[in-house]
Write a protein that binds this ligand. Sequence first.
Ligand SMILES: [Zn+2]
Length: 473
Amino acid sequence: MGTPDDDRLDEVVRAVDAGFDDARLALEDLVRIASISADPDRQADVQHSADATASYVESCGLESVRLATVPGCPPAVIAEWSGAASSDGNAPTVLLYAHHDVQPPGYEERWESDPFEPVARDGRLYGRGTADDKAGAVAHGAMLKAWLDTAGALPCNVKVLIEGEEEIGSPHLSAFLAEYADDLAADVLLLADAGNWSVGTPGLTYSLRGLAGGDVRVSMLDSPLHSGMAGGVVPDPALALARLLDSMVDEHGDVAIDGFWDDVRAPSAEERARIAALPVDEDRLRAAWGVLPGVELAGDPAVSVYERLWHRPALTVLGVDTHPIEGSSNQIVASAAARLSFRVAPGQDPARLNRLVADHVAKHTPWGIDVRFDPHEAVPAWSCEPEGWAFDAAGRALTAGFGTPPVHMGVGGTIPFVGPFADAYGGIPVLMLGPADPHSRIHGEDESLHLDDWRKLMISEALLLRELADASP
Ligand SMILES: [Zn+2]
């Protein structure tokens, strides 16, 4: 007890606490910027968000802060700090990742408060991007500032990447990584874009699902047709679409497209053991998700909920175009379309899945109606074994920061950056922490951040830099 190092760490933790209110103000300013990467009308906001994020990162003491882009790519923020001196002259370099773009707000009238005007209620901060992932960007900055203000240096060399197109599947990722390979090279990747197991219990995420999918459109008429004059003889494209969608799933809602499951990698013995060790509390999950009473959960009920969420594919219909109910009249619509999103399981090749979907669509659209499928993004899943020096360091830091050890968990969502980045630098360790929790409703309405867990995340990250510097081989 009481070594100079311990005193130094205590000082850093106190500085995180002392700086917390400022960090929160910085987060609130960023949340006010509607940096919706999916909305072409919001390009200026995404640019503004990148500028504001860069200013914040610079105010935390980072160096060489700049905006980075490749043609067509919303700007990312890159920064670094490279003055770490270790006893053997070999301090590790840690890349800190987050993203500053956000999802669209969805139905704004269903938000209890304006999605772009952050408001605190019951210890949570509400607003789009509070948890996903502006809190991640600010957590990185705030804990680096605490280190630099107290110790004047960081225990590791650090690079920072705050991406601007994560929420649209990072379509420029490979060009970006090629262009900025040297600027981003690191020994460990630390993301603050995942989340905690529950409020108060940290998570350490070791697997992500991928993404496939696209738009399917059935067309039949040049223009709408009187349903009284033609209905019963001329087929209805909306019904054709409904039958086509229905043919894609079984009675549980599991994907039922021919060959779709052929490349799903079965969970390893270690993965199964980790899942079996987790408490399964469906009622807690249902409450956190807001599933209404009486609604059955989807997927094969013989398979555990977490295996369904982390190791199996899933189909979601993101949107349907026919005629809106309001203003509709007695007409057969001319065409109907749906946007399909497949979460891709570990092992699956998303480009192959999109080809299977195209084949399925061609075979299962009824009544000879013209159909086309335009594939969108194709991102594979990613997973690793959560062991080794970096994971051990993260385990110690999170245990100290939260006062309870982390749960090793998967996530059903996708972060396209992780796999290509880890591969580009020879399979470096990836540590996924984050500010979200099951109540955060990320991508949904009333997104929120648990403020005290966010503070604990900052402290854990601050401690983790020290742990990584000490544990690095
Ligand atoms: Zn995110």
